[in-house]
Each structure stands twice: as structure tokens, then as C-alpha cells.
Design a protein around this ligand. Sequence first.
Ligand code: ADP
Ligand code: TRP
Length: 330
Amino acid sequence: MKEIVVSGIRPTGNLHLGNYFGAVKSFIEMQHNCQCYFFIADWHSLTTHPHPDNIRHNVKTILAEYLACGIDPATATIYVQSDVREVAELYLYLNMNAYLGELERVTSFKDKVRSQPDNVNAGLLTYPSLMAADIIVHKAAKVPVGKDQEQHVEMARKFARRFNTIYGVDYFVEPASYHLSETAVKVPGLDGSGKMGKSEGNAIYLVDDAETIRKKVMRAVTDAGPTVPNSPKSEAIANLFLLLNIVSDQTTCDYFNDQYNACTIRYGDLKKQLAEDISRFCTPIRERILELLKNDAYLDRIALQGAECARASAAKTLREVREIIGFRGN
Ligand code: ADP
Ligand code: TRP
């Protein structure tokens, strides 16, 4: 039997290079060897966006972007979280055995308490139990995500194990997070430090055109330049090199590394090359996104087909879970 893989992304904006190299690239590589469920986490987006402007539009955008990246609906199940209501039922059961102390200690919760003090809602606190429900409802073994999601997957493992212990069963699989490579887990931003992210306001989106990409890259933070041969790189420069490693070929990376080590590097040239290579990567994806967004009927069909398949898998789990807990199975 093929290994089961589950992952999702919240529809709170367009996909960026961090999403692509941190998560979506793994989806694409895993889809042919594993049984994959890739979904759009629209319920999760309510934890931070209580009045989602045009949720339908955001969901459609991510769906088109998933497909444009190369997720193949003929092999992977692509669906919208809110289409699978069984997940909400499992979330309820998991919440009964999720404790305030452990939920309050989750880093992402603590961050949100700081960043949105006026909206510390119960959904935010129980974000990890909903995410656990997403994962274990399909009995997934692997969860491709970026490094920032590791703690959530660890909670999913804990909740799966706890369910098995409480009910004396060996039912749920304990999932593990999956990263494609060490370098891809934290794609940096262009502002000198930290990761690329929507909320960080430093993202290059897959749908950005060449001119937008050029402007963003040319504005990237640099330093005064090396004066001593082979000196270590500042964080801002190391980040530019990390991005170059992700999108450019080895010869280009070696060339700029040598220039840096010889103190002859011109950051303007490095940025120009980086912008070109990012554009080369994004352009075909961007063209496919724009094409797909014109085809509402096709996107609706994919979502419907995905919902049916995901619902069948989730309904089977919930029937069994109800029996295990002691409710009627159907
Ligand atoms: P954002 O941080 O822009 O809000 P999300 O939190 O919606 O992005 O992340 C969706 C997926 O993309 C998650 O699996 C997350 O780990 C991954 N991801 C987001 N940003 C990065 C990044 N800079 N590097 C690696 N992975 C990332
Ligand atoms: N929390 C994830 C993020 O912000 C999105 C998500 C929700 C998810 N449920 C999931 C990821 C289940 C993997 C598996 O990116």
C-alpha cells in the first residue's frame, strides 16, 4: 500500500517562493509515489481572518496555483477543507482530550497572542487540534511542510497517540513532518533577516511578473561589501546566496561565490542575475495560473472531484472513530 501524505495551505493570499520550496515542491515530488491529499485550509484561515473578504476568490486562487505548480489532480486528491465536514467532527473529539496548558505553550499561539491581542479566539488556541484532525483523518504518515509547522505536526502525533491510549486501540497513525531538503525548509526574505512570508510583507509571489520581481529583488537589503578575502557573509548577503542556490544553476552560484571571496563582487550584478533566474522560474507558473483562473468550470470540477474522494476517506475514519468512542457508527 502506498504511503499516505497530507498537507494544506491557508488561503490568505497568493503562493510565494517560500510556500513553493517549503511545501508545494514536496507535494509535486511525492504525488506519484504516495497517496496524496492536498487541501486548502479555509477553516484555519478564519482564526486570523474572521471576516475573509471574498473567501471563494481566495480558495479559487490557491487551487489554480496548486495546479499551475504541477500538482496533478489525476494522481493527488486536491480539496477544500470546509468541503469535508467529518474533519470538524474529529476536531471536536480531539479537543475533548486537548489541554489548555499544552495549547497555550504552542509557539504559533503565543505569536498570535502578541500580534493580534484583540482577537485571541478559541479557534486560534485549538489550531493544532484542527490541523491534527486534517492529518489523521486520512491516517497520513507524512506531512510535507516548512520548518515553522513542525511543532503543529508534533502535536498531531501527540493527539493521535493520546486517542489510541485513551481508547485502548492501535488506530491512528502517528504522522511525521517531511522536508525535501535542509536548505528548502526556510526560504529567506529579501529584507535582510528572517523568512519569506505573506505577513512579513517580503514575499515574491509565483504570480509576480518579471518587472515586479526585478523591483523587489533590486530593493533587497545588502551590506557594504567584503573587504577581506574569504570573509563570512552577513545575514542579508547569505540570504541572497540562499535564494540564488534555490533558483540558479551551480555555475552561477559558484561564479558569485568566487566574486564574493575575491572581494570583487558587485551586488547589483548578483541581484540582476537573481531577479532573472527567479523570473525564469516563475514565468511559466504565472502563465498557467492566469490561464487556469479563466476556467471556473474546470476549477469547480477539480474541487468537487477532490471533495468526493477526501470525504470518502474521512467518512470511513469517522465511522470507525464513532464506534471506538462508543457512539453509533453511522
Ligand atoms: P506564510 O508564512 O506566508 O503565511 P503559510 O504559513 O500559509 O505562509 O505557509 C504555508 C506553507 O508554506 C507551510 O507548510 C509553511 O511551512 C510553508 N512556508 C511558508 N513560508 C516559508 C518559508 N519562507 N520557507 C519555507 N517554507 C515556508
Ligand atoms: N498550518 C498550516 C500553515 O499555516 C496549514 C495547515 C492546516 C496544514 N492543516 C494542515 C498543513 C495539515 C499540513 C497539514 O501552513
